[in-house]
Design a protein around this ligand. Sequence first.
Ligand code: RAM
Length: 332
Amino acid sequence: MKRRTFTSLVAGMSLAAGMFGTTAMAQDNMRIALVVKALGIGFFEAAAEGAEEAAGELGNVEIIYTGPTDTTAEGQIEVINSLIAQGVDAIAISANDPDALVPALKRAMDRGITVISWDSGVAKGGRQMHLNPSSTPLIGNTIIKLAADHMPDGGEVAILSASATATNQNAWIEAAKEVLPNYDGVDLVATVYGDDLSDKSYREAQGLMASYPNLKAIIAPTTVGILASCQAVTDAGKIGEINVTGLGLPSEMAGCVDSGATKSFAIWNPIDLGYSATMLAHAIANGAETGAGAEIPMGRMGSVTLDDTGSAAMADPFTYDSSNIEQFKSIF
Ligand code: RAM
């Protein structure tokens, strides 16, 4: 509304129209902010590529790729407040905390901004919908199975996660713990947090190796954590002894698969995820319903139907190993 008023105000004034024409046109774009857990993470940069692809298809959509410098809720609240001040049309956020962002996001919605979460969710009251990358129980089972498949005699495994408040990793870890009894002899000895920072994740992986000399696998359900763990295991000379697995990007993990530090890992397509989130934010900002059972289109990815928590899932994870890593490492 604000934008239209501005446009019509300048429309009748030829001088002003000449001076502000470009601004008025730019303001007619729909501005969608893709807010990530933190800047500098390859997974989110790939998602941004998908967001730009969606914007290109839709036309008149501007993507504002933004996030804090570290994976904290406080940092994201500052980002959200600044986006409210800028009057963006939509915020699509991967949350560092399910609850802490709710008041700021409610303020955004009160001002007419469309809010969705994707990747890592916000509690129901703080967003209009949430897009999971895949089914949470499926991801939970996948990360344990990836480790168990290479442990015929069972043994100790540890989880190296992202931040302790990350909605997505916490849900996957909970789902993994539920199916753990199905994997005979696989013993989860610790869960530690590297905050999606390479150096902290590396030190946490070193700590695990020091505390658990019989460790057989590190399971990192984070692209930052799995790469840092692979480096720590490699530097400790423990390739062949400890298998590093979890969720990673083929482009970042190719060396780890080549060296044998990682036998296999999984992920969904992050480009598709950013594309889908953008399509959904755009559809909702244009009036698409978001109640339980609502079906919302997302371009070349088809559509999703919301469940009674206002959530939906995109696609299944895919497993990468030495047989296919070459094919995918240049894509994401
Ligand atoms: C990291 C982030 C992201 C997660 C992936 C698997 O990039 O924690 O939220 O989905 O890993």
